[in-house]
Design a binder for this molecule. Structure first.
Ligand code: ATR
Length: 280
């Protein structure tokens, strides 16, 4: 019988996940379909019951439900519990198990796309929201030496660090403080929405003091290359856009559901093509 998968969120109509997962199912000859479900905040408990009642095999969870969904699940994976957010649910014979593949997806994409070893690295995260939190935990798990967080509201960065039970060395900085000490970092990651379409002229941080051989990553993929990432590339950095994180979080979810790690290069092509970018 055809298995049903999906994503729950609000808004959801622009999601690229159905395209990406359905292509992977088709390519692997798996009899399954992935659908985008628009679920309003107040309908979340009913939607979760619906997953059980209808026997939906697995779902992704996106904005605004990633934290709110946790109390409705039967089991939470250790990494997802520490991050405090779930983006993937596996329905195991009626038991719903929550995972987080966002942070691990980011790290896997960073390692594979930039050929960078995280272990022992000094890293700067820009932003202290939900995306930063997942990436922070996953980078700490990958044994980074130092993960500092800078943010428009410095106290939010301080809170993220204080509330995290990780042993990595971390300092909170204002954006200006981080700009002044940028040459200290081997990897710089923008986790904010600054530079996202349509506000494409905005930049999260000045790169004036960046070293040439720094790895610079932006989790934004619309546009494919933000103004900030372009500037980093022109200054000699090795750059990575947000397509990798999106594709790898999806690939890791796909693996949890099917036991098969899909063809990520193909997934990237599907996503980039849909975004209107070059495919080679
Ligand atoms: P997400 O869950 O997607 O990470 P979020 O929780 O709203 O989204 O977090 C957004 C992050 O981007 C925050 O760190 C936010 O900074 P504040 O803590 O000061 O709000 C940052 N951010 C959003 N818009 C920004 C802007 N225009 N300039 C600088 N930082 C911004």
């Amino acid at each position: 019988m055809k298995q049903l998968y999906g994503v729950i969120g609000c808004p959801i109509h622009h999601s690229l996940s159905p395209l990406m997962h359905n292509d992977a199912f088709q390519q692997l000859g798996i009899d399954a379909h992935y659908h985008a479900f628009h679920v309003e905040k107040e309908k979340l408990p009913a939607a979760i019951q619906g997953i059980k009642a209808l026997g939906i095999a697995g779902v992704n969870v996106t904005i605004p439900h990633k934290t709110a969904v946790i109390p409705f699940l039967d089991e939470i994976d250790e990494m997802a519990r520490r991050i405090g957010a779930v983006n993937t649910i596996v329905n195991e014979n009626g038991r719903l198990i929550g995972y987080n593949t966002d942070g691990p997806g980011f790290v896997r994409a960073l390692v594979e796309e930039t050929k960078t070893d995280i272990q022992g690295k000094r890293i700067l995260l820009i932003g202290a929201g939900g995306a930063a939190r997942g990436i922070y935990f996953a980078l700490a798990n990958a044994e980074a030496e130092q993960i500092d967080i800078c943010n428009r509201t410095k106290s939010n960065a301080e809170q993220l660090i204080e509330a995290s039970d990780v042993s990595v060395a971390s300092h909170a900085y204002s954006l200006e403080e981080a700009e002044a000490r940028l040459s200290q970092y081997e990897i710089i990651i923008n986790t904010t929405s600054v530079g996202l379409y349509p506000d494409v002229e905005a930049m999260p941080l000045s790169l004036m003091n960046m070293n040439e051989n720094t790895v610079v990553s932006d989790i934004i993929y619309n546009p494919l290359e933000t103004k900030w990432l372009k500037e980093a590339r022109q200054k000699g950095a090795m750059v990575q856009n947000g397509v990798g994180m999106f594709v790898y979080q999806g690939a890791l979810a796909f693996e949890k559901w099917t036991g098969i790690f899909p063809d990520v290069e193909r997934m990237k092509q599907v996503v980039i093509q849909q975004l209107g970018g070059a495919t080679c």
